[in-house]
Write a protein that binds this ligand. Sequence first.
Ligand SMILES: [Zn+2]
Length: 270
Amino acid sequence: MPELPEVENVRRTLCGGLLGRPIYRVRVLRSDVVHGQTGPAGLLCGQKISSIERRGKQLALVGENGRCVCIHLGMTGALVLAAARQSRPEHTHVIWSLPGRQLRFQDPRRFGGIWTFSHHSQLSEQRWRNLGHDALSIRSCELMKRLARTRRCIKAALLDQGIIAGLGNIYVDELLFSCRLNPFCPASTLQGKQIQRLVRHMRQLLRRAIAAGGSTLRDYVDAHGHRGSYQSQHRVYGRATKPCVRCHQCLSVATVGGRRTVWCSHCQIP
Ligand SMILES: [Zn+2]
């Protein structure tokens, strides 16, 4: 599933191709992926895109009149810019036509979707209200407040989009390894200094992953169709039972919060 670094790369690669350009036609090929007002006006037809925002793993295309379209890529969703003459892949569900190009929403497994809002404030008050602060900008005092209220372990808490938005299984495992925290550690027992360190490592990790174009495990591509390369820098994710890059002991694997978790039981202390 695309996480913050992948979705941020989609946002950045969309900006050049979309900002300030008029959408003159919208075609919905599969209506059950669109929620809310599904007509052309709801999907920004006739408008220019004035900004493209991201909160956690979700994107929003904001029209010049304030209307907006929120897109969640889910497991296999992609937003791809293509020339109109370029053949359309199977599982293309929505097509926005702009001068010289199209924006296509593709999603083979359909865990993603599109939500329309008549104003940006509606998006903030409804869909984004229950999301925690974005992982790239959250401050340690805000994270500390939220972690203090949960009885879950740190791995499960960081995966909870209501506590902090943007992290998924890859970057939580990489982050906990980076700051030597054990995934089973109860989140509410972390001290202020540990949380400050966690936030510092999180920013560094996410910035590096964004700079590498994100991680492509199977099919993730940005809006230009480019794959990410950060997977070659993963230190624990996908490396179960291999030697730890720090202490050379065998990495452990278990299911935590319903997700496969890889960590080093020697250098990630409880
Ligand atoms: Zn180790």
